[in-house]
Design a protein. Structure first.
Length: 189
């Protein structure tokens, strides 16, 4: 497992192509938060021939809806949400140029196929650590769908945001590899 690979966001295709399942990364730059309600609207806009609310080329989308910010803070707790709720929308966003997704939990076969086909990557962030992860967010600005409240699309400037590559564009799956290693260890015990 690689340690502390530093990546700039938006991602380049070359950077995404070098990543492998199990790599530990620190992301810095600009990402966008969006959950299922926002994904539904973004994909409807794309299918209608409209522009997305943020540039998709190289975009990293964080599946997160923050809690309200305390006074003097940029954002409230900002932990990942369960990714499978975005599985219906992720293939279209990858096809249109997005390269990264951050969430928690396993992805569907269709999403993993799209990651391979379009050269993307799926990162996991630690669930339950939203207060700590919020410290990596330097600015947060609602850029679309303010009526969705916490689920509005936000432009986030991040620094040293920790994550692990779960699915890479070569077909690697960190969750499956971990299960296989665990089972092999039990059989050898």
């Amino acid at each position: 497992m690689s340690q502390n690979i530093e990546l700039s966001c938006p991602l380049s295709r070359e950077a995404a192509a070098r990543l492998r399942a199990g790599d530990v990364v620190r992301l810095s730059g600009v990402i966008f938060s969006a959950r299922d309600a926002a994904h539904k609207r973004i994909c409807a806009a794309l299918e209608a021939g409209e522009a997305p609310p943020f540039p998709l080329e190289g975009a990293v989308i964080y599946y997160m809806g923050p809690s309200p910010a305390l006074p003097g803070h940029v954002i409230g707790a900002a932990g990942p949400t369960t990714s499978y709720r975005m599985d219906a929308y992720a293939p279209l966003l990858l096809e249109r140029g997005a390269l990264g997704m951050i969430g928690k939990g396993a992805r569907s076969a269709a999403v993993k196929e799209s990651i391979c086909r379009f050269g993307g990557v799926y990162f996991a962030a630690v669930g339950g650590a939203g207060a700590l992860l919020s410290r990596c967010i330097r600015s947060a600005e609602v850029v679309a769908y303010p009526d969705l409240g916490a689920e509005a699309v936000r432009r986030l400037e991040i620094a040293d945001f920790p994550a692990v590559v779960v699915n890479d564009c070569a077909g690697g799956d960190w969750y499956e590899a971990g299960r296989a290693a665990y089972l092999a260890g039990r059989q050898n015990a």
